[in-house]
Design a protein around this ligand. Structure first.
Ligand SMILES: *Cc1c(COP(=O)(O)O)cnc(C)c1O
Length: 629
């Protein structure tokens, strides 16, 4: 690859956030690397899309790479195994996957399969998730951890599941929940495996700081714990309490926060043990972060530690604290969701068209035009790098005066259009001059407003809800032409009719940017963009805004020689399916439409051919993909 090409694609930071998963191929395509075979050639992502296209699978596509999931599960489990061996820790590690982070059957099934060698279990935060967990044959010493608010039915199912060998732990969330457990236990005459959720008072940094500390909505304080212990003893069930659950948080940016919180959890473990609980498991919940930006620092969407460091820190902290207290080392449990699935899927869509806020050329002012038009055109004569701000001020002034005249009826459509076009041409010149220089804040803000809008075939609300709701950042980049310098800068807009449906913060090699460098669209080739690391939380939090449904989902396995296998394909929602979600019966709609056509035919306002064409168009739409085809 030439130096020029190297410099071109490094704008996006593939080398930083793509680490070992993605790289740019010499032909400018994004390639997928196989983490299990670092020496195998990368598989071209546009090549995969071309193949899928030939099989009739179109963008938007959610693409899952099975190997990435296998790798993440191995990394966490082996990370703990190594830390345990290195520190002389005498307990084991038994991770569980929290189903809420990605409930899709294809994902959970594979997690169970890839986790089998490690006795990896599942975490259920609701009845439906427990039902899903129990549909899997888990290894005999894998755990099912039940969190969340639980009713009779939930507790009954959890207790009875032990009869067929599930190690289902009911984590008590409140003293009231314990009363239900005691009642159901007596009714069934079967004993539960119990856990107790302890609220830590340490505040954890990051986006989810709210979920930690005193005001966390989950877990019990010292006062409630004392009453739980007393009540368990009184009911003769204290020996059933095996697990302490202390959820550390989510996407914890700083590894020292992990250490502090784990130390505090160990204090409770020590005290509860001293109170007579025969605890055998310490569950530290979620929080293992994922480095979306690749910056390796304790900041938004990044973390200052690796999986291996997290494991080592947890194990060493627990070993130290419990050695001090003279308490035996428990089995360590974590409920990492994000770190297991975030990297395993990417959203891929095509760009439909672009709106520009500059123009390559400009018309001449006409003799009959208002003098503002020629004033505007005259800015071109003094346009230069050292007078940028002045040129922006002047051109904006004349353009706005023209708009005012247009609104009052003094200026006509064609005259106004000339002025707008001259303005846009000036903006093109300003962009070019500004590109190579250090600019003041006001100029930068003005330039941001000149970024192109690339209209893309996806719904932010369906596929990237956290980008909309909590400003989650994901790397976004073109999948092809990375050997060409991108000439444009753009924000992305989705196909919902909602002005919130846009992406305007991007991870680039040199930091977070309000626009994304992109290439000019070509008529003869589809321009694909990828949004990476969308495997955690995005799929089920998504909604049906404008009734855009689930996208097509494809799972692949990377092969030896730049090949890939299609493991599974799931067609996205049809229009009929999303209609049914909002309680329309598609058959009724077809019927209602048919009656309208019949009436029009009877009234002779529609002939037979017209009737047939309309009926087919309506029916084809109803069975089609909700996205732009
Ligand atoms: C959400 C959640 C998790 C998952 O957290 P991650 O940060 O995604 O690893 C684990 N445990 C509980 C109780 C949760 O609510």
């Amino acid at each position: 690859m030439s130096d020029g090409a190297g410099a071109t694609h490094s704008i996006y930071g593939f080398e930083r956030w793509g680490r070992g998963l993605l790289e740019v191929l010499p032909n400018g395509d994004v390639g997928l690397l196989d983490p299990d075979r670092p020496d195998a050639p990368a598989v071209s992502l546009p090549g995969i899309l071309h193949d899928l296209q030939e099989r009739g699978i179109h963008t938007p596509i959610l693409l899952r790479v099975a190997g990435y999931l296998r790798q993440n599960i191995a990394r966490i489990n082996e990370g703990f195994a190594r830390a345990i061996a290195a520190s002389g820790y005498t307990g084991a590690y038994r991770g569980v996957f929290p189903i809420k982070v990605n409930q899709q059957a294809q994902v959970v099934d594979r997690i169970v399969e890839f986790g089998r060698p490690y006795s990896f279990g599942l975490e259920a935060g609701s009845k439906p998730e427990l039902v899903i967990a129990m549909a899997h044959r888990l290894p005999k010493d894998a755990l099912i951890i039940c969190n969340g608010v639980k009713d009779d039915e939930f507790i009954r199912l959890a207790i009875l599941s032990r009869k067929i060998g599930f190690n289902t732990v009911i984590v008590l969330e409140s003293p009231r929940e314990l009363e239900t457990v005691i009642r159901v236990t007596r009714e069934l005459g079967e004993e539960p495996l119990l856990g107790v959720r302890v609220k830590l008072t340490n505040r954890i940094g990051g986006n989810w700081a709210e979920s930690s500390g005193d005001r966390s909505t989950f877990g019990m304080n010292t006062d409630q714990l004392v009453s739980i212990m007393d009540r368990l003893r009184e009911a003769g069930l204290l020996h059933c309490l095996k697990l302490q659950h202390s959820h550390l948080g989510s996407q914890i940016p700083d590894v020292n926060d992990v250490r502090r919180a784990v130390s505090e959890a160990c204090r409770y473990f020590t005290e509860l043990t001293a109170e007579g609980a025969a605890l055998t498991h310490l569950d530290l919940g979620g929080g293992l972060g994922f480095d979306y930006t690749g910056e390796k620092k304790a900041s938004e969407n990044s973390v200052n530690y690796s999986v291996e460091e997290y494991c080592a820190n947890v194990v060493e902290t627990v070993a130290y604290a419990l050695n001090e207290a003279g308490v035996a080392h428990p089995t360590l449990v974590t409920e990492s969701g994000r770190a297991v699935v975030a990297s395993t899927s990417m959203l891929i869509f095509d760009v439909l068209e672009a709106t520009f806020f500059d123009a390559d050329d400009a018309p001449r002012p006409q003799p009959e035009d208002h003098h503002y038009v020629s004033d505007l055109a005259a800015v071109q004569e003094y346009l230069s790098a050292d007078r940028l701000q002045e040129c922006i001020n002047d051109s904006t002034f004349y353009r706005n005066e023209m708009r005012a005249l247009f609104r009052r009826g003094t200026v006509g459509l064609r005259e106004m259009a000339r002025a707008e076009r001259i303005y846009l041409h000036l903006m093109a010149g300003i962009k070019t001059l500004a590109a190579g220089t250090q600019n003041g804040r006001e100029i930068e803000e003005h330039l941001e407003n000149l970024a192109d809008i690339y209209h893309c075939n996806f719904s932010l609300f369906q596929s990237l809800p956290d980008v909309w709701a909590i400003d989650q950042l994901h790397p976004v980049a073109p999948l092809q032409r990375l050997d060409e310098a991108p000439e444009r800068r753009a924000i992305l807009s989705d196909i919902t009719c909602d002005s919130d449906g846009k992406i305007d913060r991007f991870i680039l090699a040199d930091g977070i940017s309000p626009s994304l460098p992109l290439h000019r669209l070509r008529d003869d080739a589809t321009y694909y963009l990828g949004v990476f690391f969308v495997g955690a939380y995005q799929e089920t939090l998504g909604d049906l805004h404008n009734l855009f449904g689930d996208t097509n989902v494809v799972t692949i396995e990377l092969g030896e020689d730049g090949e890939f296998d299609l493991l599974h394909e799931l067609e996205g929602d049809t229009i009929a399916e999303v209609m049914a979600y909002v309680e329309y019966d598609p058959r009724d709609c077809v019927e209602a439409f048919r009656r309208m056509l019949d009436e029009a035919t009877s009234a002779k306002t529609l002939n037979a051919a017209g009737r047939k064409a309309l009926m087919n168009a309506y029916r084809d739409s109803i069975t089609g993909y909700t996205y732009y085809e």
